[in-house]
Write a protein that binds this ligand. Structure first.
Ligand code: BES
Ligand code: MN
Ligand code: ZN
Length: 489
């Protein structure tokens, strides 16, 4: 969908935001008498009061330039923030994109409102139809152009440009999460990331032999049951004035499919594990957003890409793996594979990239879905400042996080009879023991946050209009906002 900003609107659908229990907006009154009369009638007799979430459709007279008018409930003006406008833009698109009309115009009260309405609309217009071959015209959106009307289009364009970069990052993450696991495996994922070079991101790929030289025995252990070669991809964006200044590292779990390995998962619902690369998708989408909006910061994205398969050559419970850090791990459950992958990538981020701060994102534990459901990612950190920054960025971006504790009592649960640690901590506090495991590969020097996104990377069932597909693309907006607020020159 093409988005434009203009002072006036010429479109098949014209839409007006109506305050709760308020009067018809001025723009609607400015139409020809017959049209504005019909629109006025929509405020009478029905249940439309302008409450948030409501919409009323008005058929325009033949003589009018628009074919339809839509009244959108705007709620109470004092409570309207950027999230409200995103929601309104998104719900409008959800309701009208299949209407058969191609163009729509929406009247905004300010350039900020116009930009947020546009961002919500664009989030809602996302589709993933790649694998359908029999879609009829009527199964695809008719709406291809949305114009936001504002008194200052130039300012709206400027505000929207960085929001749009973030939405493009979200789209990229969604595409990656939605792709089928036979289509997106470590090498093809690495190829997809090659496209980021066009945006000025330096992309380098490490294959299994490169990683063997680095001693990345934990990541390679996870991938060894798969016929597919494991990969680690590094994406480097040098946007700061000093290109050599220490970067922020974003680290993502990229398990392109998680069968559980020899500790195999139950069959029902296993197909969802196509999304177990949601952390890597989030990092990739964030890198895209940063490059598109030319962020003035140095950021390195690192993704560990593997497939976790059962096989004659797969790792098995009892195996002891040696990580790149030198620490040994007794694998007690091959389904706790994400932390093994991250162990080596986190180590790389601090040892080789020499990051000044690290955030990792991973669909790491089912336990975090039990704790927080689908509305917050779990945040784990020993750094209160950084945890606070990410929490604030979550509220600002709408991709919210909630902090859970760390502590030596939890760390002790990782004790192994045979090695420096085991890869599971028992039934209790599963998300926390997973985070404690990661912490052992970051050390105390580097500020670090872990985001467990298992509950938010994809969602089934009832969803917000801004989140129309299975893969949510959680992450890019949060990370971009966090970097913009705290780390840009
Ligand atoms: N990828 C899963 C976690 C997951 C579960 C993500 C549900 C999204 C939805 C992870 O690799 C896993 O299998 N974790 C195990 C850990 C356990 C064996 C300690 C889990 O959560 O059951
Ligand atoms: Mn697993
Ligand atoms: Zn997994």
């Amino acid at each position: 969908m093409k988005i434009k900003f203009a002072e006036t609107v010429e479109a098949e659908i014209v839409a007006f935001i109506v305050d709760e229990d308020g009067a018809l907006p001025a723009e609607a009154k400015d139409l020809d008498a017959e049209s504005s009369g019909l629109i006025g009638e929509a405020l009478e007799g029905g249940r439309f009061t302008g409450k948030l979430g409501q919409q009323a459709l008005v058929v325009m007279p033949k003589s009018a330039s628009a074919r339809r008018a839509v009244l959108i409930g705007g709620g109470k003006p004092a409570q309207r923030d950027s999230h409200t406008f995103e929601r309104i833009g998104a719900e409008f698109v959800r309701a009208q994109q299949m209407s058969g009309f191609k163009s729509a115009g929406l009247f905004a009260s300010s350039p900020q409102a116009a930009a947020s309405l546009a961002a919500g609309a664009k989030l809602a217009a996302y589709r993933f139809d790649k694998y359908f071959t029999t879609l009829k015209d009527t199964d695809t959106p008719s709406l291809v152009e949305l114009t936001l009307s504002t008194g200052d289009p130039t300012q709206a364009v400027e505000i929207f440009s960085s929001l749009e970069a973030e939405v493009e990052g979200t789209y990229f993450a969604r595409d990656l999460v939605n792709m089928a696991p036979n289509d997106l495996y470590p090498e093809s994922f690495a190829r997809e990331l090659g496209s980021l070079e066009d945006l000025g991101i330096e992309v380098s790929v490490l294959d299994e032999s490169d990683m063997r030289k680095l001693g990345m025995g934990c990541l390679l252990g996870v991938g060894q049951g798969s016929d597919k070669d494991s990969q680690m991809v590094m994406m480097r964006w040098a946007g700061a004035d000093d290109k050599d200044a220490a970067p922020i590292a974003l680290v993502g779990k990229g398990v392109c499919f998680d069968t559980g390995g020899i500790s195999i998962k139950p069959g029902a619902g296993m197909e969802d594990m196509r999304g177990d690369m949601g952390g890597a998708a989030a990092v990739s989408g964030a890198m895209k957003a940063l490059a598109l909006r030319k962020a003035k910061a140095n950021v390195v994205g690192l993704v560990g890409l593997v497939e976790n398969m059962p096989d004659g050559n797969a790792i098995k419970p009892g195996d002891v793996l040696t990580s790149a850090s030198g620490q040994t791990v007794e694998v007690q459950n091959t389904d706790a594979e994400g932390r093994l992958v991250l162990a080596d990538v986190l180590w790389y981020a601090q040892e080789h990239v020499k990051a000044k701060a690290i955030v990792d994102l991973a669909t790491l534990t089912g336990a975090v879905v039990i704790s927080l459901g689908h509305h917050h990612a779990g945040l784990f950190s020993s750094d209160d400042d950084m945890a606070g920054e990410l929490t604030a960025a979550g509220l600002a971006s709408g991709e919210r996080v909630w902090r859970l504790p760390l502590g030596p009592e939890y760390d002790r649960l990782l004790k192994s009879k045979f090695a420096d640690m085991r890869n599971i901590g028992g039934r209790a506090a599963g998300s926390i023991t997973a985070a404690q495991f990661l912490k052992r590969f970051v050390g105390d020097e580097t500020p670090w946050c872990h985001l467990d996104i298992a509950g938010v990377a994809w969602v089934e069932g009832e969803k917000a209009a801004t989140d129309p597909a299975w893969g949510s693309g959680f992450g890019p907006r949060l990370l971009s906002r966090w970097i913009e607020t705290n780390y840009e020159d």
